[in-house]
Write a protein that binds this ligand. Structure first.
Ligand SMILES: Nc1ncnc2c1ncn2[C@@H]1O[C@H](COP(=O)(O)OP(=O)(O)OP(=O)(O)O)[C@@H](O)[C@H]1O
Ligand SMILES: [Mg+2]
Length: 374
């Protein structure tokens, strides 16, 4: 088999390419063994989805594991379709492939298969009638609940349900009721928008109020990530400078996707940089190439917000944006207009609050703005 670049840029390819998350995995597995439903929160690109898949591989012997990513769904109808297709792809059917169980299930939903370009079956469902969609949802959950093995149903990007049309809003109440009837299913809800998840799971007057155990995922620890990186370079007979690894981990705040991207790039080179100066020479064109994604930023923010965004890029982590030092850096005199701008940039997901500090959400944007001063 051809050797692959060990620093994955998407998905999950087995534990050898997956760094740490030992405690988090244990906590999740332990909760599931104890019939607790879970909510996993992590900001974007930190490794939620990969973690769920990592946990799935460790549980597949004892559980049917269904992973549904509902990112981009905008209605109950799409939600039901996504859920159904996730079941079709899962190990619920693995033993007998496209067996009778699956055929009967799909027939009961009143639809039929289409075979995709990848040779995988899927179904297409659209509902003109909401009550039909709710009825099918009931059937799908009922179907999972009736399996002989217990089922884990992971719904990734769960906060999307809060963005559905207003006619779909009973979805929270309906889902909550279904989950309460389903003793054979453990639910993992995960998502990246804290205020929405918090609203779903921690509002007194909402159906899911305190119904799950909340687990927050943070960045991987420096020393553990470093060891993983050094191990893979060594294994690939590539040498990389120890302190350069330290510096890159700091430079990316250990935000998983950005760490992976940089080391994937360095690994792909025939000659690795020996120090920071050599690294910058390589990194500069790499980051400028990302410019296509960032050139439209001025259209998404006001001119003042853009100036403030650039000040954040320069400062890196900022603990007190309304303090004098940062106001000076941004060229502002008014703390309350800074406060408003920071809130707007948080809402637009351009800024992120990590612990007590603020920084740009997108690490490459920070680097891009710094390299591309004008
Ligand atoms: N523990 C890990 N070790 C190594 N690579 C990881 C780890 N966790 C995630 N990754 C990699 O980091 C990248 C981002 O991970 P993932 O897609 O799981 O994040 P996410 O939080 O689900 O992101 P999004 O918000 O975009 O859905 C992927 O390339 C993934 O392969
Ligand atoms: Mg994800």
């Amino acid at each position: 088999m051809a050797t692959i670049n060990p620093f994955l840029l998407k998905g999950y390819a087995g534990e050898q390419y997956f760094c740490d998350r030992v405690e988090e995995s244990q906590k999740i597995i332990n909760s599931i063994h104890n019939q607790q439903d879970l909510t996993l929160y992590a900001y974007r690109r930190l490794g939620k989805s990969a973690l769920i898949r990592h946990v799935a591989t460790q549980m597949e012997a004892d559980y049917h594991f269904v992973y549904a990513d509902i990112w981009g769904t905008s209605s109950l109808s799409e939600f039901v379709k996504e859920l159904t297709n996730s079941i079709i792809k899962s190990n619920v059917f693995s033993q007998r492939g496209l067996g009778k169980k699956l055929q009967d299930f799909v027939k009961s939903l009143g639809t039929s298969f289409t075979i995709g370009h990848d040779g995988m079956p899927s179904i297409d469902l659209t509902y003109n009638d909401k009550s039909k969609a709710f009825k099918n949802l009931d059937e799908i959950i009922g179907f999972l609940n009736a399996q002989t093995k217990p089922v884990v149903l992971a719904i990734d990007e769960f906060q999307e349900i809060r963005k559905y049309d207003s006619e779909d809003t009973p979805i929270e109440a309906v889902l909550r009721k279904l989950t309460q009837q389903s003793n054979n299913i453990r639910f993992i809800y995960s998502g990246s928008e804290f205020h929405l998840l918090n609203d779903i799971f921690n509002s007194y007057n909402r159906p899911f109020y305190q119904s799950t155990r909340m687990i927050e995922i943070g960045p991987i620890e420096h020393d553990i990530y470093k060891e993983f990186i050094l191990y893979h370079f060594q294994k690939g007979n590539k040498s990389i400078d120890n302190s350069l690894v330290d510096e890159i981990l700091k430079f990316t705040y250990r935000h998983t996707f950005y760490v992976q991207s940089i080391f994937n790039h360095l690994y792909s080179l025939s000659k690795q940089p020996k120090n920071w100066t050599e690294f910058e020479k390589i990194y500069h064109p790499f980051i400028l190439e990302k410019g296509v994604f960032y050139s439209e930023l001025p259209n998404r923010v006001t001119p003042q917000q853009f100036v403030i965004t650039k000040a954040f890029a320069k400062a890196g982590k900022v603990s007190s944006p309304t303090g004098n030092a940062f106001l000076d850096l941004a060229g502002l005199t008014n703390a309350s207009s800074m406060k408003r701008a920071v809130q707007a940039l948080l809402d637009k997901q351009i800024l992120i609050k990590e612990g007590e500090d603020y920084r740009l959400y997108d690490v490459f944007l920070e680097h891009y703005l710094n390299f591309n001063k004008h």
